[in-house]
Design a binder for this molecule. Structure first.
Ligand SMILES: NC(=O)c1ccc[n+]([C@@H]2O[C@H](COP(=O)([O-])OP(=O)(O)OC[C@H]3O[C@@H](n4cnc5c(N)ncnc54)[C@H](OP(=O)(O)O)[C@@H]3O)[C@@H](O)[C@H]2O)c1
Length: 264
């Protein structure tokens, strides 16, 4: 491990894309602050980080809580003495319902997690990120630009996250701010769509998601995770303000060269 490792906060690090990102960061020698609501799952990821030679901090928090986000950043600075990047990956797709049937509290919670959570963590971290000339990776979605029926809160939150990232990039010349589409990934979020979409989505929409799984067309979390980890540590200044694809060769190729093929 380098003497002064980069320190990266990863939200939504308890499984899926966030856990994979944290493992790649650990392999690269970064110190990782792992944030999510599920403490046990975070501890499992922390053990994997340790096995890869990395160090981590587990912080149980709901990113919809501004105070918890502030405390998570403060604890990270207290433990590691610096902060170089924030990967805002925590996210949820529900409620899955047409706008006309949506539960207003659940709609609001989606926005709180997918949009306010990144704002809260960034608000708490920005002074230190400025100091370090740091990076912000906001995990967005194709749903930011496409209409996905029955996922209006998710689409609206991710579209807003993209534009928030552009504005922040314009405001913060010392910080590199990127929004990234991680692809369609084989995680619990896709399980949720296949299960909870039943009876809500049209047969065609549901079949689209079921076929992706059955035909093995979902991406493994390690693939976008490697791109996100590379962007957190090495994302170039000229990417600031952009909405990027995880498989853009300007990202995926150097990520493969720096991190290697396998997480071991
Ligand atoms: N899977 C896809 O096809 C896909 C496509 C496009 C974009 N994305 C984006 O990729 C990111 C990761 O998703 P994933 O596919 O890895 O889904 P996932 O397996 O469901 O993981 C979501 C992560 O976010 C955390 N999380 C959810 N709500 C939270 C909250 N209120 N506070 C703190 N943490 C919270 C979860 O942990 P806890 O439950 O322990 O809190 C978990 O670690 C999300 O931003 C998602 O929108 C995914």
């Amino acid at each position: 491990m380098p003497t002064n490792p980069s320190v990266v906060i990863v939200s939504g690090a308890s499984r899926g894309v966030g856990a994979a990102t944290a493992r790649w960061l650990a392999k690269a020698g970064a110190a990782v602050a792992l944030i999510a609501r599920s403490a046990d799952a975070l501890e499992t990821v922390a053990s994997e980080v340790q096995q890869l030679g990395g160090v981590s901090l587990v912080y149980k928090a709901d990113v919809s809580d501004a105070g918890a986000c502030r405390a998570a950043v403060a604890r990270t600075l207290e433990r590691f003495g610096r902060l170089d990047a924030v990967v805002n990956n925590a996210g949820m797709v529900e409620p899955l319902a047409p706008v006309g049937d949506s539960d207003t509290d659940r709609w609001q919670y989606n926005i709180a997690v997918n949009l306010l959570g990144p704002f809260y963590l960034i608000r708490a971290a920005i002074a230190e990120l400025r100091r370090q000339g740091g990076r912000i990776v906001n995990v967005s979605s194709g749903a930011a630009t496409k209409s996905v029926e029955n996922a209006s809160a998710y689409c609206a939150a991710k579209a807003a996250l993209n534009h928030f990232s552009r504005v922040l990039a314009a405001e913060e010349p010392r910080v590199t701010v990127m929004a990234v589409r991680p692809g369609v990934v084989d995680t619990r979020m896709q399980d949720t769509i296949r299960q909870k979409g039943r009876g809500v989505m049209s047969d065609g929409q549901l079949a689209y998601y079921q076929n992706l799984k059955e035909r093995g067309q979902l991406e493994k979390p390690e693939v976008p995770g490697r791109s996100l980890a590379w962007l957190a540590l090495h994302g170039p200044r000229e990417f600031s303000g952009q909405f990027l694809d995880y498989d853009d060769p300007r990202i995926s190729q150097p990520a493969l060269e720096v991190f290697g093929e396998k997480l071991e």
